[in-house]
Ligand binder design. Sequence first.
Ligand code: TYM
Length: 331
Amino acid sequence: MKKIILSGSTATGDLTIGNYIGAINNWKSLQEEFDCLYFVADLHALTVKQDPEQLRKRCLSFFAQYLALGLDPDKNTLFLQSHVPEHTELSWVLTCLTPMGNLNRMTQFKDKSQQHSKNINAGLFTYPVLMAADILLYQADLIPVGEDQKQHLELCRDIVVYFENHYGEGVFKMPEPYIGEQGARIMSLQDASKKMSKSDENEKNFVSIIDPPKKIQKKIKSAVTDSGEVISYDPENKAGLSNLLTIYSVLSKRTVNQIVNDYEGKMYGHLKVDLAELVCETLKPVQEKYEDLMKNEDHLQALMKKGANKARERASATLKNVYDRIGLLPR
Ligand code: TYM
């Protein structure tokens, strides 16, 4: 039996090369070896105010980008979170088991409530519980997430313990993090002390998967680096430059040392021009495939439906077990 992998991305902003390098690129390589489920977390997106029309478009676009980035709908289960109602059902059960104190400790909640100080809704607070439901419904063994999501995964593991203490074992599998070795965290282009975020208000901070080449070149050229002249990898003192080297290394599949050697005696500007070209070249086939996919909405919808049906089969089996164990009558 193959191990089960599950991961997702929240449908806010635009998928970035941070999501690609830190997540989707790994998801793609895992699809050969594991039984993988990948979804678009559209319900999680509701924790920030959404324009309905834009949200609809974005969910379609994210799903198409998953496919364009190489996730195979035959090898994986690809779906939208809201198409599997068991997510919200299990989420409620888990919410009733999760102490407020645990949720209060979540750094993402603290960050996001500062960012969205006019809309600190209860969903923002219980966000990680829905994430735990996403994971536990599918008996997932491994969860590929970047550093930023590790705390949420820890909470999910705590919730399993709370459930088992009260209701006994055998209903959920204990999930483990799976963190890809390289490029686990890509930083913002303008401020390398924070992560590249797809919902950043300043779009100069990120390169999105579907940015046109001119925009990509401009953004990488204007990436903030230090005032030094020697190209070297030094995340502490040359954070901006080191971030560019990391991106370069992952996309070119060469080590940072090899790249540093190649650029001996060259200026930062040279590296930026070459990196911009590499990013554009990497994304070109993805963008072409994406454009094609977006022309056929019916096809996308059919794939979503197929994925959701596959997902529901498993999710409903887990939920049935949970309801039975906690004492709800069968329906
Ligand atoms: P999200 O949408 O913020 O990010 C999706 C994935 O991309 C990774 N990531 C990054 N990796 C490297 N550098 C970056 N700058 C960067 N930014 C994002 C994230 O770590 C993540 O792996 N809550 C989740 C979505 C989710 C989920 C789940 C994930 C909902 N339910 C269940 C796993 C399992 C989120 O908002 O990811």
